[in-house]
Write a protein that binds this ligand. Sequence first.
Ligand SMILES: [Zn+2]
Length: 210
Amino acid sequence: MIDIKQLIEGFRRFRHEHFAEHDTLYQQLVEQGQTPQVLVVACCDSRVDPALVFNCHPGDLFVIRNVANLVPPLEGHSGHHGTTAAIEYGVKKLGVKHIIVLGHAHCGGITALVNSYGVSTPDSYMDDWMSLAEGARKEMEAELHSAEQAVKYRECEMRAILVSLENLKTFPWINERLNDGSLILHGWYFDIGQGELLRYEESSRTFQAA
Ligand SMILES: [Zn+2]
């Protein structure tokens, strides 16, 4: 377990080693700004760090992290839409070419959703947020009602990725870019137990090992 003192020590090492080694890159990123081609919607889960998993450098990925890597659909302007605002910035301002919804195995948010049977607790931000994946849970239950819990979690984790991909298509500025080919959506699943990456294939409607 890491403590605050270790974070400060870690930063000092980062500054002397990584930052010093990549000083040209950092200078370029400061002078020219960021131009990431890939936007990733990942989970807050401390075990799923997109830059680490994909072996990327600063400036490579525009990363949005929230509980269970969910994308809300197009909604009204009331409230504070953190995920939607970040996607809008990535697409419209930075002009990313790809959006990856990165799900993962052993997701705490999805586990809570599956175990709650869709019952929402009043005053819980978390339950309200996870209700975005309620459609995925219902579909999974309809098909795998008597399956063991581990199978249900995995299936719901994967189906929730597909819900987010569909929700992305509800934004006109995303649809526009999908239609002219300037943007491509991807549904990926990182199995943290096996160290495997699975990618959703539209043609077979299945997740396949990368
Ligand atoms: Zn998660």
